[in-house]
Design a protein around this ligand. Structure first.
Ligand code: G
Ligand code: G
Ligand code: MN
Ligand code: NA
Length: 250
């Protein structure tokens, strides 16, 4: 297809850009991390949503090259931020399957100079489903480098709890579907509360994604959830627009 061919050339033509969305500690009002979210400025179609082109990139395998570009770019960008601000990068399941994943990540960190502890990889549990044999070795290798791991879209998949038990995960991100219903559905409230208790008992950081209202923020706080990502604080933005916030929210 045409869009597939265009995507093939998008990196070379410098059409990809990263927008960053803050993850804020709501108690202190400081940005603790920025999540890198890919954007594609297509010459004719305009801004193409990642919801459209990431699946194409995954189907065609282009996600490996694109993902590596995002990773390098994000590490370079993060070098300019205050040292307490981490950068979170999404890792597609196909990237996770690369046999030399740990070596590649190590190389990018060395080349960019970013301290490994400032990099956080966001993986969804679908990365864990296939090729289960070497998953633990990879995750242990990443942890040994000092890279932090976040389980993304938590609560939407199959068996997340066993993954928390088996793998060295540092952080869990509650899917935005839960935040959206946080002030409407008692069942959703119970689930969020249970995830919070679990994360607390396991010593995991917990982020609520997709928080858009003060009521949702207050609900999260009532469940001891203080790491917040969502439009209430900021949409994903080009880094030039966030630089002033980084200064103020230091
Ligand atoms: O920014 P937005 O909410 O529209 O992103 C839509 C989806 O695209 C999200 O699920 C997000 O995780 C995914 N996505 C955005 N950037 C990247 C990226 O660099 N790599 C991967 N694998 N997924 C990304
Ligand atoms: O799947 P992942 O969590 O990696 O992607 C995050 C996605 O959620 C991005 O596409 C981002 O634009 C989107 N997002 C972040 N905060 C909000 C929010 O408050 N509301 C909505 N509707 N989307 C959000
Ligand atoms: Mn994510
Ligand atoms: Na998510």
């Amino acid at each position: 297809r045409e869009i597939e061919e265009d995507l093939r050339q998008a990196v070379a033509k410098d059409e990809l850009a990263i927008h960053y969305q803050p993850i804020v500690d709501s108690r202190r009002g400081v940005i603790v991390a920025l999540e890198a979210l890919l954007r594609w400025r297509h010459p004719r179609r305009g801004l193409v949503s990642p919801g459209v082109f990431i699946p194409i990139a995954e189907d065609t395998g282009l996600i490996v090259e694109i993902g590596e570009w995002v990773l390098r770019r994000a590490c370079i960008d993060a070098m300019a931020w205050p040292a307490h601000v981490r950068v979170a990068v999404n890792l597609a399941p196909l990237q996770f399957q690369q046999p030399d994943l740990v070596a590649r990540l190590g190389a990018v960190l060395r080349e960019t100079g970013l301290p490994p502890t400032r990099l956080e990889l966001e993986i969804t549990e679908s990365a864990f489903i296939s090729h289960s044999a070497d998953i633990e070795a990879k995750l242990t290798g990443l942890a040994a480098l000092g890279i932090r791991l976040a389980l993304d879209d938590f609560g939407t998949g199959y068996s997340s709890l066993s993954y928390l038990n088996r793998f060295p995960v540092n952080k869990v991100k509650i899917d935005q579907a839960f935040s959206r219903q946080a002030n409407e559905s008692p069942k959703t409230q119970a689930i969020i509360g249970a995830i919070s208790t679990l994360a607390g008992d396991l010593g995991l950081d917990l982020v609520a994604e997709g928080v858009e209202t003060h009521d949702q923020l207050a609900f999260m706080a009532s469940k001891n959830i203080f790491l917040i990502q969502g439009y209430l604080y900021s949409k994903p933005k080009p880094i030039e627009e966030l630089a002033p916030l980084l200064e103020n929210w230091r």
